[in-house]
Design a protein around this ligand. Structure first.
Ligand code: G6P
Length: 609
């Protein structure tokens, strides 16, 4: 989704702003722009529809320089993707604003400002903010005070940064519902929606809280909380190895991230305890909470929701705990009834997904005994606002299609199953077997990665297809869903997943020679049933792609293509099979020539509803 970068320095900052935007490209966007105040206090602007590269080209052809500036990548919500709708928006040739989020009362504000004589040049909700700020500056003592008054009039979610030629040394910023982080430099200060954007200039960050308002110059930082009180916020120092984001020898981030999984999975299992997992892996106070847990409610979006669906099988089957799973956008808006003693578990790679965050915020103490988040991003909003935290150690995930974050989330859920299960019906032997399986997981993933050339060959059969059907049974059903999601996200092939037992209740009508069918068939106790489903498909003339255990006894025939997967413990199969399906989607997308890491219309971090 939209990304903000801002800078105040004694040096020229246009290159820093552009590099910051480039680093935010992974979030998904459709236009980009920057505004600078030059040494003569003029406001200079570049805006382009399309990629940051086009903005860079505009800057190369017509350079604009300044020591204070704001920049933005926009993912269209109000108003089509266009240069006019790109941010920054300006008012009176003096004020410029960039904005992430949505201003819900923008229509009323627009009418009011038009009546006051303001002319609107875009179809965005953001433009009301810049005109309000301009209007307010006529009577305010400072840019800070003007912004303080403006935000009182805004309804919705926002992160904002503004500059004004009458206050040429400063950037003013505020957040409410969208993330913002300050990068603290030496004699210079920066701001961005994600620390990743600023790693080139600093390793010291201040993560702003909801309602914070900031005045930033090259040499000073003033932060005010939601009540208008001046406060100091802690500076966090990132270690040198954190957030390394180069592509290395890989062609795409997605491939790099698929291949990083053995390391990410190993890093996510705490090194301590060869036979057990400590409750404290979920934060201090976790043991007391876990003692009281009688049910689990999982809430998430997208791929993280699929991790929750897999977890339900483990929590109910192995830990004997009732578990419900729901997408956050539904959960947050419905009247709910919870079991007594329910633990709310949110799952989010980014920790900033708007619906998941809203679900946490509207969960009440009467409903849940506590909240736990499984996230990949320390300091994210969900991490800061949850009682208990499990941080996956996937490292920065740049590809929009989630890969290593998903498999590490599954590892986190296996550990949650273990700590809750040993309070119920999970024997110490079974718990110890789970831990030793977890330690072997990176090896099985390595073995699966070796199948890459075979999967690449298989992929070529999909590139001229418009549809694909994925089938799985039991715990492999959510894995089939995740395989279909990966394929549709990055190759734009319509892919659907069904529990194999539902085949005759609809999807079989679609099956013919043009519909490739992918079966996730690891060879568990549902194998024989799945084999008959596969026969039903085969007899309709479809090409079948079966991902099966090497010992499952599937035979190739001209229309049945079997990928023999490494034999591994049942427990690990959802994770191991996912890796193969990720590679399938990746190779189909590459062969189709799509933008694998930044698929059209999608965003990495969905910070608006
Ligand atoms: C977007 C991303 C998905 C991700 C989902 C939830 O749709 O493209 O890859 O699974 O958001 O994101 P979260 O950060 O909450 O896991």
């Amino acid at each position: 989704m939209c990304g903000i970068v801002a800078a105040t320095a004694r040096r020229e900052v246009s290159a820093i702003l552009l590099e910051g935007l480039r680093r935010l490209e992974y979030r998904g966007y459709d236009s980009a722009g920057l505004a600078l105040i030059d040494s003569d206090h003029n406001l200079l602007l570049h805006k382009r529809q399309g990629k940051v590269a086009e903005l860079e080209q505009a800057q190369a052809m017509d350079p604009k320089y300044g020591c204070v500036g704001i920049a933005h990548t926009r993912w269209a919500t109000h108003g089509a993707p266009s240069a006019a709708n790109a941010h920054p928006h300006i008012s009176g040739e003096r004020v410029a604003v960039v904005h992430n989020g949505i201003i819900e009362n923008n229509e009323a504000l627009r009418a009011e400002l038009q009546a006051a004589g303001y002319e609107f040049l875009s179809g965005t909700d953001t433009e009301v903010i810049v005109h309000l700020l301009h209007q307010q500056l006529q009577s305010s003592q400072s840019l800070l005070q003007a912004m303080q008054t403006v935000v009182e009039r805004l309804e919705g979610a926002y992160a904002l940064a503004a500059i004004d030629v009458a206050h040429p040394d400063e950037v003013i910023a505020t957040r409410e519902g969208s993330p913002l982080v300050i990068g603290v430099g030496i004699g210079e200060n920066f701001l961005a929606s994600d620390a990743l954007a600023l790693r080139q200039v600093t390793d010291r960050f201040i993560y702003l809280e909801e309602g914070d308002l900031v005045r930033m110059t090259a040499s000073s930082l003033q932060i005010y909380d939601a009540n208008g009180n001046r406060i100091e916020r802690t500076i966090s120092q990132l270690a040198a190895h954190e957030e390394a984001t180069g592509l290395g020898d890989y062609e795409h981030y997605m491939l790099k991230e698929i291949y990083e999984q053995p390391r990410a999975l190993a890093a996510t299992v705490p090194a301590t305890g060869a036979h057990d997992i400590a409750d404290e892996a979920f934060g201090t106070g976790a043991a007391a909470v876990f003692d009281r847990v009688q049910a689990v409610q999982i809430v998430a979006c997208g791929t993280s929701f699929h991790a929750g669906m897999v977890a339900r099988y483990w929590l109910e089957e192995l830990a004997g705990i009732p578990c419900a799973v729901e997408v956050a956008s539904e959960f947050r808006y419905r009247k709910r009834v919870q079991h007594p003693g329910t633990l709310l578990v949110t799952v989010s790679q980014s920790g900033e997904t708007a619906d998941t965050l809203a679900a946490l915020r509207n969960a009440t103490e009467a409903e849940f005994i506590s909240s736990l988040v499984i996230s990949n991003v320390d300091h994210s909003s969900l991490v800061r606002e949850s009682d208990l935290v499990f941080l996956t150690r996937a490292g920065a995930e740049i590809g929009v299609a989630s890969t290593k974050a998903f498999t590490t989330q599954l590892v986190a859920f296996l550990m949650l199953t273990l700590v809750l299960g040993r309070r119920r019906n999970l024997s110490p032997e079974a718990a110890s077997a789970m831990v030793s399986a977890l330690h072997k997981l990176p090896d099985y993933v390595e073995q699966t990665l070796k199948l890459d050339p075979l999967i690449k060959d298989m992929a070529s059969a999909f590139i001229l297809r418009h549809h694909a059907l994925f089938l799985g049974r039991g715990i492999q059903y959510p894995i089939a869903l995740e395989g279909a999601l990966k394929l549709k996200e990055i190759s734009y092939i319509h892919a659907e997943a069904y529990p194999a037992g539902e085949l005759k209740h609809g999807p079989l009508a679609l099956v013919d020679a043009d519909m490739p069918v992918v079966a996730v068939a690891p060879g568990d106790e549902l194998m024989e049933k799945l084999k008959s489903n596969i026969e039903e498909v085969r007899s309709r003339g479809a090409e079948l792609y079966v991902f099966a255990d090497e010992n499952a006894g599937f035979l190739d025939d001209p229309r049945v293509h079997v990928l023999r997967m490494p034999h591994c413990p049942e427990l690990l199969k959802p994770i191991v099979y996912t890796v193969a399906l990720q590679l399938l989607a990746y190779h189909v997308a590459v062969q189709k020539g799509t933008d694998v890491d930044k698929p059209r219309n999608l965003a990495k971090s969905v910070t608006v509803e």
